[in-house]
Design a protein around this ligand. Structure first.
Ligand code: CP
Ligand code: NVA
Length: 309
């Protein structure tokens, strides 16, 4: 039996396959324009398929977009809170993976520890999808790349600036910079620098990734400015607001970017912390297109994982 096609991290998927997924996401979105959201796709490529979606952390976008993606593709989702599973009482990840693989066709998991995701993938005989860990958030990156390209054309050689915490989103942005060929400038406090393993990966593959302490300099001429919450799930909030306040994305910072720059944020946001309401609701913001694109990008990811593209 062939190895299942997992979607664990952007740097672990072939760059050509990533391009196929983005193009498929845009195509499936276009094909459904004007269609009521509950309508099953006419060719129902995932009819007879089921997804188990495991959540060890809260979620709005990931939960609803995966479920709706499966419904629109003709399949089903079983949403599982780990506290309601034997996993929450100490059953091993490995045994959970083996058992779920006997029932469902794919597993999505949102968890704290990236090792749990990797163990699930090691023991599952069906595709496993990373729905966010403390280390990375690759599904969100696929929606972000799709959103950028819908608004500003090919992302290759464009300049994207991150201002804020060097968190799990940043790791996936670093991977995406290498795989899609854009320049990534990361402005963050030294104490909240990106994962050194991701930076090492970027260096090894020759990705155009730079880390600095100066948000104003980093946004100069950027085609996109991105930020995220200052306190991620699982973080200790202590001192983060003091460290991160110089990295807030406000109207003044946006004015230093390219005149046509867009603003992205994966949401959920804490308005007036990492970004002002003026920026979030302003003319450069594409945050709700970005949220919508989770649905379309994930349909393409599911189709890729299940060989239904
Ligand atoms: N962006 C994102 O993953 O949102 P949720 O936490 O609501 O799933
Ligand atoms: N960095 C955030 C992303 C939420 C979608 C977190 O991990 O909480």
């Amino acid at each position: 039996m062939a190895d299942p096609k997992h979607f664990l991290d952007i740097n672990l998927v072939d760059a050509g396959d990533l391009r196929t997924i983005i193009d498929d996401g845009i195509a499936v979105k276009q094909a459904r324009l004007g269609t009521p959201k509950g309508t099953i796709d006419p060719d129902a490529p995932l009819k007879g398929h089921a997804l188990a979606a495991i959540f060890e952390f809260p979620s709005t976008r990931t939960r609803v977009s995966f479920d709706m993606a499966m419904r629109q593709l003709g399949g089903d989702t079983i949403v599982l809170n780990s506290n309601d599973m034997q996993l929450g009482r100490g059953e091993s990840i490995a045994d959970t993976a083996r058992v779920l693989s006997r029932y469902v066709d794919a597993i999505m998991i949102r968890t704290d520890d990236h090792d749990k995701l990797q163990e699930l993938a090691e023991f599952a005989t069906v595709p496993v999808i990373n729905g966010l860990t403390n280390d990375s958030h690759p599904c969100q990156l696929m929606a972000d790349v799709m959103t950028f390209e819908e608004h500003r054309g090919p992302i290759k050689d464009k300049v994207l600036t991150w201002s804020g915490d060097g968190n799990n989103m940043v790791t996936s942005y670093i991977h995406a910079a290498g795989q899609f060929g854009f320049e990534l400038r990361i402005a963050c406090p030294e104490e909240l620098s990106p994962d050194p393993r991701a930076l090492k990966w970027a260096e090894n593959v020759g990705a155009n990734v730079h880390v600095s302490r100066d948000a104003t300099e980093a946004v100069t001429g950027a085609h996109c400015v991105i930020t995220d919450t200052w306190v991620s799930m699982g973080d200790d909030a202590a001192n983060r607001h003091n460290l991160l306040s110089p990295y807030q994305v406000d109207e003044k910072l946006m004015a230093g970017a390219d005149a046509n720059a867009i603003f992205m944020h994966c949401l959920p946001a804490h308005r007036e912390e990492e970004a002002t309401t003026g920026v979030m609701d302003g003319p450069q913001s594409v945050i709700f297109d970005e949220a919508e694109n989770r649905l379309h990008a994930q349909k393409a990811i599911l189709r890729w994982c299940l060989g239904a593209s």
